[in-house]
Design a protein around this ligand. Structure first.
Ligand code: ASP
Length: 439
């Protein structure tokens, strides 16, 4: 049995946090593969080591003095080493880093040192083997992650290590140069390692006890989500809920490995389980609510639209020609509405309108701005009667005007459009009806 455990930056920001992590790992024999991030913020106004590295490298690139900036980074690591009472020295590592910065090894290399050095400390602290991610996580010549090659190399390597630390966030290109994933990418490394060792579970330790039913900036102390499916998570993340890097789902999902989001500062909490499918009913009819502001609705009307073959395609072509992706397209008999991101659409608005006129000759086009979309997601909705009824009566009671309704055929979610100004009140009304009063 093997568990892969990934720890985020706030879980490894100081020696004190490292100790908590050590206790968590030692508490379970199966926690055999560890993926650390770089040290994060110790307090609100602190700077993440990754950001310090980017800033330091920028100086190096401009051939300015970066010695002070590098010394401050070294200080962060030394504090951790001293706090843990280790005799490890990073002097040589820092000499190499300084040399490579002078030789302009690139900002990817620079940023990756955060995880690399934290990995060395973690391996020393735990007595685990250190496996440099540059030797096992591969990108192709175009800079895309090479899943097949990585899986081969990594599974072969880890089959020989009973316990190992693989730093997150980076790998290497075919020519050996270091390449990072996008920000937050240690989540992705954790998932790749879990796949390679065919882990029973991928534990992702962070500073919250999993996913919440709604955004805590809108709902005070919202309930946590115990179990969520990958598909539900995708719907919620798309609409703005974020805890995990989006690309972290794919490798484990392929293998059917569940992800357990846990809290380093509250290890007794069960956190959230992200699974392929489950017979576990969620506590409430809905699993979660998420949403985003800043959409525009482009309403197109044309008499007899319903019988004009190819009308929808031509409308969407006008958006495509201007490089604008659409979110939702609810339609009526003689009307069709296209929801788009306002900031993407605004400066191309007249071009798109002209394009629709040219391609489809509509009777009228009308644009409404400042709209929000809210996704109410839940695998339980499919088998529950009256969910939509309750949802809309709750919104009506809160005097919220619903401008758009879209229920996907999967019945996994209901998407509603409201005015930006009604966004928070709508989320409160939905949370109240399904979670607080549990109707
Ligand atoms: N340290 C990197 C970042 O700050 C990667 C990570 O933490 O996952 O984005």
């Amino acid at each position: 049995m093997a568990k892969v455990v990934k720890f985020g930056g706030s879980s490894l920001a100081s020696a004190e946090q490292f100790q908590k992590v050590g206790d968590i790992i030692r508490a379970d024999e199966e926690r055999r593969y560890v993926v650390p991030s770089a040290p994060g913020k110790r307090h609100k106004n602190d700077t993440k080591v990754t950001d310090m590295l980017y800033a330091c490298y920028e100086l190096a690139e401009k051939e300015q003095d970066f010695s002070e900036a590098l010394a401050a980074i070294r200080e962060r690591y030394q504090e951790i080493i001293d706090g843990l009472g280790l005799s490890l020295s990073l002097a040589e590592e820092f000499q190499t880093i300084e040399k490579n910065f002078r030789e302009k090894a690139g900002s990817n290399y620079a940023a990756s040192r955060g995880e690399y050095l934290n990995g060395i400390i973690m391996a020393d602290y735990l007595g685990y083997e250190f496996v440099d991610a540059a030797t096992v996580i591969c990108f192709d010549a175009d800079g895309d992650f090479d899943a097949e090659r990585t899986n081969k190399l990594l599974s072969k390597k880890l089959a020989k290590c009973d316990r190992a630390v693989v730093p997150g966030f980076y790998g290497a290109l075919p020519d050996g140069r270091v390449k990072t994933f996008s920000r937050g990418g240690s989540d992705v490394t954790g998932s790749i390692v879990a796949k390679a060792v065919k882990a029973d579970v991928y534990e992702n330790w962070t500073d919250v006890s999993g996913f919440l039913v709604a955004d805590p900036r809108i709902i005070k102390n919202p309930e946590g989500i115990e179990t969520i499916t990958y598909r539900e998570l995708r719907e919620l993340s798309y609409m703005g809920a974020s805890v995990l890097h989006e690309d972290a789902i794919f490798p484990v999902r392929q293998e059917g490995i569940p992800i357990n989001i846990r809290n380093t500062n509250a290890p007794e909490d069960n956190g959230t389980w992200i699974v392929g499918s489950t017979c576990q009913k969620s506590k409430y009819v809905i699993t979660g609510i998420a949403g985003k502001k800043g959409f525009c609705a482009v309403n197109i009307e044309k008499d007899m639209m319903n019988s004009e073959i190819g009308f929808g395609r031509k409308v969407l072509q006008a958006f495509e020609e201007n490089g604008i992706s659409f979110e939702h397209v609810p339609s009526g008999i003689d009307t069709m509405t296209v929801f788009v991101h306002q900031d993407e659409f605004m400066h191309k608005e007249q071009k798109v309108v002209a394009g629709i006129h040219r391609l489809c000759n509509p009777d009228s086009i009308d644009i409404e701005a400042d709209l929000a979309l809210i996704a109410v997601v839940g695998r339980g909705m499919k088998s529950t009667r009256g969910t939509a009824g309750r949802l809309f009566s709750a919104l009506a009671h809160s005097k919220i005007n619903v401008k758009m309704i879209d229920q996907g055929s999967s019945e996994l979610n209901i998407i509603i459009g409201v005015a930006n100004a009604d966004f928070e009140a709508a989320i409160k009304a939905i949370y109240d009806i399904f979670v607080v009063t549990r109707l």
